[in-house]
Design a protein around this ligand. Structure first.
Ligand code: OOB
Length: 540
């Protein structure tokens, strides 16, 4: 299996050789790819039900056969080991089949979110030199095909636009498989996207052997088994519903994935009852929405909540009102995943975000003075281990800031760790807004605002929000005549920015508070927001 990996993979930093050998010897990293795993699953579980999508049912062997047929079609299209493609599909069975087809060929998907628009997709396509993109015809009335054509004009590498349903269906070619060069277990399997990517993308290379290890640990920590019926309600391309343990973890446990087209109670409550769903994963604002809508406890056994801080008062309501246990998940697409234990005492499940899922994870909490924090003290969470990346794809500039010289990822999360090793997220030290689990890199939004002819200067900061945890607020020094908030928002939308990054609120001011060296004092701006200091100036 071991062939020389394609050249660009050398631009994805790897673990030091000695450590890599330790992980291999200890059996954490195995010489298997995701398609080897699917072949084994199909052999073991054959016609067991793997995926339910609407009225469609797929057994494990179906899934293997269909992804193999799709791999044949993709190969005929000209995709080869090491090529990159953009995958931006809504939740559907084809998403799973496409992932496994690409894994089989060693073609590497950039896992975009359905909400991404021209700006993000254009950047991902250009930066990864993607050869193809896989999209639905439209999303909520937005013409995705037209978007793909606009991106294609600016991206010479992008040869194929494959539309879900029509073009994609035609690629399932059940004939004899051509001989293709299979990927190596240590090749990059897919690119996750860093939350709060700014301008030039931060693509997160996840490799077969370590991502498989990630899924295995996550499935164990979540108690997944053949009896698991997992509702995939969050966008399937995100690390959480994909691999932590998500739909891949469900399949690797021999369970059944139930696909929801969206996470609304209207859609999900019916699916839970109809299919006897046992577990699902949500972000905190959705938990609130579910709590508001629930009439009688659900048949769910376990609710995994992560992506943003879950308020303890909300956490407390889950068992009595939804009728299921809670498991908190602190995760990051870069690697580290923490879980509260399934048998942990209630207080720990409500008040902490869990502890690392692997005993091989190395964590440290670093205080501002560079020393290690003791139990209960706060500091930045830094991590390295067998499934935490050592660097982004081709971003040595970012790596120098985001990783320490000894290879720890600086998460930018401010945490405290108790005597038992459980973490509580206390805040954040990165220029990012976490709007209910959706991450907004503020630099990107600020840069775009500065392009507007009526903007002198702009700062985007988080305003605390009861439902979303935080929402984005743009504070703007305008030129005369002052633009309307609406026109600034339209400006961002027209620039092709994903809707979730567009600030909910725009406030006009005459000047910014400054730090000692003359930078915008964001800490003070956030404080002023908290104290409603801008009363008269608010323009919603
Ligand atoms: C998950 O991954 P990302 O890459 O979208 O975001 C990671 C960041 C973390 O660094 C932290 O700032 C925040 O999201 N976060 C949480 C949290 N879980 C994530 N903050 C507070 N409490 C939590 N429970 O968000 C992600 C990936 C895999 C599993 C779960 C979440």
């Amino acid at each position: 299996m071991s062939q020389t990996p394609p050249g660009w993979q050398a631009l994805c930093p790897f673990w030091p050789a000695e450590l890599a050998e330790t992980y291999r010897k200890a059996g954490l990293w195995q010489a298997r790819t995701f398609s080897d795993i699917l072949d084994d699953l199909a052999a073991t579980h054959d016609d067991r039900l793997a995926v339910i999508d609407g009225t469609r049912r797929f057994g494990y062997a179906d899934l293997r056969d269909r992804s193999l047929a799709l791999a044949c079609g993709l190969y005929r299209l000209g995709l080869r080991r090491g090529d990159r493609v953009i995958v931006q599909l809504p939740n559907c069975a084809e998403f799973i089949e496409l992932c496994f087809a690409l894994f089989r060929l060693g073609v590497v998907p950039v896992l975009a979110l359905p909400a991404h628009r021209d700006l993000e997709i254009g950047q991902f396509a250009a930066f990864s030199e993607a050869k193809a993109c896989f999209i639905p015809a439209s999303v909520e009335g937005f013409d995705m095909v037209a978007m793909a054509h606009r991106v294609q004009k600016a991206t010479p590498s992008l040869r194929h636009i494959v539309v879900l349903g029509t073009d994609l269906d035609a690629l399932y070619q059940q004939d004899e498989s051509p001989e293709w060069e299979a990927p190596d277990a240590e090749d990059v399997a897919c690119f996750q996207i860093s939350g709060g990517t700014t301008g030039v993308p931060k693509l997160i290379p996840r490799r077969h052997m370590e991502y498989i290890y990630n899924v295995r640990c996550a499935a164990r920590a979540s108690g997944f088994s053949q009896a698991t019926r997992y509702l995939c309600a969050l966008p399937m391309s995100h690390n959480f519903p994909m691999a932590c343990p998500g739909f891949i973890g469900t399949l690797m446990s021999g369970g059944t994935v139930v696909i929801a087209s969206n996470p609304s109670p209207d859609t999900c409550f019916g699916l839970i009852a109809e299919h006897g769903v046992t577990v699902t994963a949500l972000v905190p604002p959705l938990v609130l929405l579910w709590l508001e809508s629930v009439k009688a406890p659900l048949s769910l056994e376990l609710l995994q909540v992560g992506g943003a801080k879950l308020n303890p008062s909300t956490a407390r309501r889950i068992l009595p009102e939804l009728g299921c246990r809670l498991q908190q998940v602190l995760g990051m697409a870069e690697g580290l995943i923490c879980y509260t234990g399934l048998d942990d005492p209630e207080l720990r499940v409500i008040q902490t975000q869990g502890r690392p899922m692997s005993e091989w994870d190395e964590l440290r909490v670093i205080r501002p003075d560079g020393t290690e924090a003791g139990p209960g003290q706060t500091g930045e969470l830094q991590v390295r281990g067998p499934y935490t990346i050592r660097g982004y794809f081709n971003r040595p500039d970012v790596d120098r800031e985001s990783f320490t010289p000894d290879g720890f990822y600086r998460s930018g999360d401010i945490v405290s760790r108790n005597e038992d090793g459980y973490l509580t997220v206390e805040g954040r030290d990165k220029d990012q807004i976490n709007c209910g689990g959706e991450k907004i890199g503020v630099d990107e939004v600020e840069d775009l605002l500065l392009y507007h002819p009526s903007v002198v200067d702009a700062a985007v900061v988080a305003r605390p929000d009861a439902r979303m945890g935080e929402c984005a607020c743009a504070i703007v020094i305008p030129r005369d005549p002052r633009p309307s908030a609406l026109s600034l928002r339209r400006h961002l939308r027209d620039a092709g920015l994903a809707g979730f990054k567009i600030p909910d609120e725009v406030i006009f001011v005459a000047s910014f508070p400054q730090t000692g060296v003359g930078k915008i004092n964001k800490r003070q701006l956030r404080e002023m927001l908290r104290q409603e200091h801008f009363g008269g100036e608010v323009t919603a």
